[in-house]
Every structure is written in C-alpha cells, then in structure tokens.
Design a protein around this ligand. Structure first.
Ligand SMILES: Cc1cc2nc3c(=O)[nH]c(=O)nc-3n(C[C@H](O)[C@H](O)[C@H](O)COP(=O)(O)O)c2cc1C
Length: 175
C-alpha cells in the first residue's frame, strides 16, 4: 500500500441518497480507513459547462480555461490528486453528462498532473449496459498514463448490497 495518497472522488449522480452517492461514500470511508486522504466532490451540484473548444487555453490562456464556472474549484483538486475515482450513473448507455463535463474540461491542462491511479464506480437499472463507459474509462486511464485499478458496477438488484460494498472496499484497499 502507498501511504497517504491524495484521493479525489468525483460523484456525478444528482440523487443525493442514490446508489452512486452511496458507492462513492463507501469508497471514501474505505480509503480513509486505509490511511489515505480522500476528498469527495458532488460534481452534479456544480455548474460545470462543456468544453467550448475555443483553444483559448492553448493560446492566450496559457493553460487556463476561459470559462469561469465551478470548474475553477475543481482544477486545484485535480492538480493535487494522486488517485482519481469517477463515480457516475449510466444514462442512455453512457457515463452521465455530469461526469463527462469535468473530464472534458481537463483539456486545458491535458491531464491531471499527479494522477497515477484511477477507479470507476457505476450504477444502472439494467445489466449489460457498462461496455461503452468501461471502454471510455480504459482509454482515459491509458491517455492519462494512470493505472486502471478497476471498475465496480451495481445494477438494480445489486445496489446498496453488502456484496457491492465489499467490492467497493476491496477496490479502495488496492490503492
Ligand atoms: C436520464 C436517465 C437515463 C438512464 N439511462 C439508463 C440506461 O441507459 N440504462 C440503465 O440501465 N439505466 C438507466 N438509467 C437508470 C439509472 O442508471 C439508475 O437508476 C441508477 O441506479 C441511478 O443511479 P443513482 O441512484 O446513483 O442516481 C437512467 C436514468 C436516467 C435518469
């Protein structure tokens, strides 16, 4: 175990007592129990717009985004994080928009500077809807040169179950 990793968990479900929020909370508790410093941000409550592709950041902006929204709070946390956990529900067979926006707004700095490990927590109603999101996550891990620590999914009948909790805890304990 690496001691004292800085872990940033982005939770993207707008349902405060939903399944994704529960998985993110369980992950945070397990990471802290293992000695890590974990920060959980509910990105669904933030105002984070999509990337404008204006290229301001890569020209006059010198790496800064022209859009001054709640992403400004997230940039410093992303810059310091060593492990990044994405937690999102599946909407229309994909990670929901609330998690895509902060990922894509990293365009200005290309990648989170210190992130070496990543994990993904997802929930859905149906089984068999995770392929697209899992592929996206795998490709982002590769692009950001981060170790893909794994994925935990919870469909309708697996949500808030002891079995799912154990999978989330095991994933956090791999940090
Ligand atoms: C807009 C929307 C789209 C959804 N699309 C899917 C889907 O494509 N497949 C699926 O299995 N569940 C879908 N769901 C259901 C959610 O993924 C499911 O209820 C999930 O557990 C919600 O997570 P939460 O409890 O963390 O909010 C959708 C829900 C919403 C609101």
């Amino acid at each position: 175990m690496n001691t004292n990793m800085k872990v940033l968990i982005l939770q993207a479900s707008p349902r405060a007592n939903g399944n994704t929020a529960w998985m993110a909370e369980e992950y945070k508790k397990a990471a802290e129990a293992a000695g890590h410093e974990a920060t959980l941000v509910n990105v669904s409550k933030k105002k984070i717009a999509g990337c404008l592709a204006c290229e301001y950041c890569h020209t006059r902006g010198n790496g800064a985004c022209i859009q001054k929204d709640d992403m400004q709070e997230l940039y410093p946390l992303m810059a310091e994080a060593e492990a990044l956990v994405l937690a999102a529900p599946i909407y229309y067979f994909a990670l929901n928009a609330q998690i895509q926006a902060p990922i894509q707004r990293m365009y200005c700095v290309n990648k989170p500077a210190k992130v070496v490990k990543m994990a993904l927590l997802m929930s859905s109603y149906s089984p068999g809807v995770y392929d697209g999101a899992t592929a996206e996550f795998r490709d982002i891990c590769n692009y950001w040169s981060a170790e893909n620590m794994g994925v935990v999914t919870a469909k309708n009948d697996e949500q808030k179950s002891e079995e799912t909790k154990q999978k989330v805890v095991a994933l956090a304990e791999k940090l």
